[in-house]
Design a protein around this ligand. Structure first.
Ligand SMILES: [Cu+2]
Length: 582
């Protein structure tokens, strides 16, 4: 394999962590708005030895004093800056009164270093120190977070930036981490309990009103209106329920700062800026754009891709994209990250001068789910596919690597009962679909929207083997009762998925729900089948769109007990499987 070309102007490149460092670089004074800087911004730590202290800290993000969880006093925690090939040692001291853990998201580590309590170790008890130590075998943008309870919602997350051992194929003059998260003044326990009582608790205000109903009846007639609404009534859902926890309780943050705080990054005229977008939120999918500025996506989930020019992209919970921009030197730009339900946004500013900011655009309309998102659902009753696959189906020739699944969709016998509200009847391949709410943007706003189909690895796929078998997993749930599962079986009642060390298989995920499910596989790459087997992009998180299916190839090349789960925090422990490589 040839090495990627070295065209980065490394000597000119500066690694800056936020406005403080950026302004020091340009010799400018401190924070523009010190009164609102309520939580210290993350520092950047380099070297091979890291000391991380997990502790409670008081914060005030909305005018209400609250307790959050910080690492080394900041939220997000420090940016960990590594170099490919290093062996890093991270001593994590737990100053909380409950257990904690840190999971290195997207980092390929030996199983005992992966940080999931119950699977990889027993967690870090109060007052105790745990020493993580592993060799860094990859480069790019990643992040870390607590894998204990709901601590991620309370602030325990941070960025990881890994310089490549060789040259960087991406040219840039400076780079910034843009870490997105969601903050609530409610405790995560309260949010979860609200959802358990009423799964629509945070989106009731989005449901269609009677005024909407009569407007539709007047415009379309009763019959048409009924036809359109019927499935939604049947499913106990609204076609606007694209998110289960919304701006009703959340403030959206960039690097720990609210939209009013306006996290600000500086550039000098003529510079190329690399923005490392990380979605570290608990429950939020963001749609990102920088009005009036072309973005070129150069990396997905830390892996270099063939550059794609876009105006807008969707960032699923857990995903990262690196984007390069070349802003013109005479104005500021707004980094605009709308929550998928349009209940709020995160906002930052990219500017050549501290006193400049740009207009914050209005939010786009609330996305409305349509029949595609339902996978042409019908609920209840036996249907052709509600049975075990026959031997013939199981042995059917698998589609070639890269093309995704051509196997019949089979709903397992366990996919029934009060925990399963819907089953997709004819799920479409979600790989070339921008997703609900974004489909219209190309036409309406002339925006170029990124889809998974645009992701092509910069370097050819390493493993050209065909998948030896296929595993079809259905993401299932009942949103009203807030019950979540895979194939109708929740984690605690499920047996592990066994993979033989060295095998290559296809995993096909079918989303039998109306919510987008970002699925994260620990320890192993998900090689997303975008249609081109030659340049499969390697991901650690794959969004499965409502009523859709998507496939990726997995090499079982890392032994041990790994997690495959929905990255949405309050759905995680239902939509979760242990994947054991033996
Ligand atoms: Cu996880």
């Amino acid at each position: 394999m040839t090495k990627p070309p070295r065209c980065g102007s490394v000597s000119r490149r500066t690694f800056v962590t936020g406005i403080g460092a950026g302004m020091a670089l340009l010799g400018l004074p401190g924070f523009p708005n010190p009164a609102r800087a309520r939580v210290p911004p993350p520092t950047t730590l380099t070297g091979e030895n890291f000391s991380l202290q997990v502790d409670q800290r008081a914060v005030n993000l909305t005018g209400q004093p609250r307790n959050a969880i910080s690492v080394n006093g900041s939220i997000p925690g420090p940016i960990l800056h590594w170099r490919e090939g290093q062996t890093v040692t991270l001593n994590v001291l737990n100053q909380l009164d409950k257990n904690t853990s840190i999971h290195w998201y997207g980092i390929r580590v030996p199983n005992p270093m992966n940080g999931v309590p119950g699977l990889n170790f027993s967690g870090i008890r109060p007052g105790e120190n745990f020493r993580y130590r592993f060799k860094v075998k990859q480069s790019g943008t990643y992040w870390y977070h607590s894998h204990s309870g709901f601590q991620r919602q309370q602030g325990l997350y941070g960025a990881i930036v890994i310089d490549p051992a060789g040259g960087d194929p991406v040219t840039y003059d400076r780079d910034y981490v843009v870490l997105l998260s969601d903050w609530s003044d409610e405790s995560p326990q309260q949010i979860y309990s609200n959802l358990k009582k009423d799964g629509h608790y945070y989106n009731r205000r989005r449901h269609r009103t009677t005024t909407d109903l009569w407007r539709d009846v007047r415009a379309k007639g009763i019959e048409q209106t009924w036809r359109e609404r019927h499935p939604w009534n049947f499913a106990g859902m609204s076609d606007r329920d694209v998110s289960d926890v919304t701006g009703y309780t959340y403030s959206y943050l960039i690097n720990g700062q609210t939209p009013e705080d306006n996290w600000t990054a500086l550039f000098a005229p003529g510079e190329i800026v690399r923005l490392r977008f990380i979605n570290a939120s608990a429950m939020t999918i963001f749609d990102l754009r920088i009005p009036d500025l072309d973005m070129t996506v150069v990396s997905a989930d830390g892996q270099n891709i063939q550059p794609v020019r876009v105006d807008e992209f969707r960032l699923g919970t857990g995903e990262t994209y690196d984007v390069v921009v070349k802003p013109s030197g005479d104005r500021a730009y707004t980094l605009f990250a709308q929550a998928i339900d349009r209940g709020g946004y995160a906002r930052g500013t990219l500017t050549p001068a501290q006193n400049l900011s740009a207009e914050v655009p209005p939010m786009d309309p609330i996305p409305i789910l349509d029949k595609r998102d339902m996978g042409f659902i019908r609920a209840g009753g036996a249907r052709a596919a509600d049975r075990q696959p026959t031997a013939e189906e199981q042995n059917a020739k698998l589609a070639p690597a890269g093309l995704g699944s051509n196997s019949p969709i089979v709903h397992q016998p366990t996919e029934k009962g009060h925990g399963v509200a819907l089953r997709a009847r004819a799920p479409q391949n979600g790989v070339d679909d921008p997703g609900v709410g974004l489909r219209e943007h190309q036409q309406r706003h002339n925006r170029r929207i990124l889809t998974y189909k645009d992701l092509r690895s910069l370097t050819p796929s390493l493993d050209r083997r065909q998948p030896q078998r296929e595993l079809q997993l259905h993401l299932t749930g009942n949103p009203a009762r807030y019950l979540w599962s895979i194939d109708g079986v929740k984690y605690k009642n499920a047996t592990p998925i066994l993979l033989a060390y060295g095998e290559r298989l296809r995993i096909t995920l079918v989303n039998d729900t109306l919510l987008t499910q970002p699925m994260h596989l620990h320890g192993l790459w998900s090689e997303l089948e975008t249609g081109d087997g030659e340049y499969l992009p390697r991901k650690h998180t794959v969004m499965v769109q409502p009523g859709a299916k998507i496939s990726y190839l997995v090499n079982a090349d890392n032994r041990g007990r790994w997690a495959l789960h929905c990255q949405m925090l309050y759905r995680t422990y239902g939509i979760f499987r242990e994947v054991r490589v033996v």
